[in-house]
Ligand binder design. Structure first.
Ligand SMILES: [Zn+2]
Length: 210
């Protein structure tokens, strides 16, 4: 038996009712909870013990009350672990299960980007309308213009609000946001740089050369 399977059995069976691994797997359910870590060092899958995970997915067993924080790969490999859709039906197809887990991660990442914005909204009465617009766009998966993002980042820095710049999405599709980026002082550009996608960075590489 390979290492990965042996670890998984050892971790799952004592927390399940069934004594047979395959049957025990079916007692487990993805709860929908995803935990994102800023640093992957020391983060292991509690099922197979695979190290260096950047996020955890929670699975739980109703019959024993146990929960485990695992990697998405384990949920996908062990197809008997249930993943439910919005109506509570089990998703059985591999690609659909994968899509569902990715979507759950995306929702969590979005929440992590929105939480500091909400904090800023409370404190910064002057820029509320702009903060609100930015939050609305991010909430619906759209990007924020370079000038708005730079304003929001600068205000969060000034007030000591912790945020993860790479979690924010920037839009550079329309002419006005392109112009904003071109006209931006270097210091502001550096502030929003972590929010640019690799593709955007490639396209605007010239602007970011030191
Ligand atoms: Zn695992």
């Amino acid at each position: 038996m390979n290492h990965w399977l042996a670890n998984s059995r050892r971790n799952l069976l004592p927390r399940s009712v069934a004594a047979c691994f395959e049957t025990a797997l079916a007692e487990w359910l993805f709860t929908g909870r995803v935990i994102v870590y800023a640093e992957s060092r020391g983060i292991r899958c509690e099922l197979c013990e695979h190290p260096h995970l950047s996020h955890h997915y929670e699975i739980s067993n109703d019959r024993t009350g146990h929960a485990l924080l695992v990697g998405s790969r384990c949920i996908l490999k062990f197809a008997d672990i249930r993943v439910l859709d919005g109506e509570g039906r089990a998703i059985t197809e591999y690609a659909q299960r994968r899509r569902h887990l990715r979507e759950a991660l995306k929702v969590e990442l979005r929440q992590r980007a929105l939480a500091p914005l909400r904090e800023l909204w409370q404190l910064d009465r002057h820029n509320r309308a702009e903060i609100e617009r930015a939050a609305e766009r991010l909430e619906t998966g759209r990007g924020v213009s370079p000038a708005t993002l730079s304003l929001v980042f600068a205000e969060m820095e000034r007030r000591g609000i912790e945020y993860e710049p790479h979690l924010y999405k920037i839009t550079l599709r329309d002419a006005s946001s392109h112009r904003e980026l071109m006209a931006m002082p270097q210091a502001e550009r550096e502030l929003i740089r972590p929010a640019l996608s690799n593709e955007q960075l490639r396209r605007y590489a010239r602007l970011f050369e030191e």
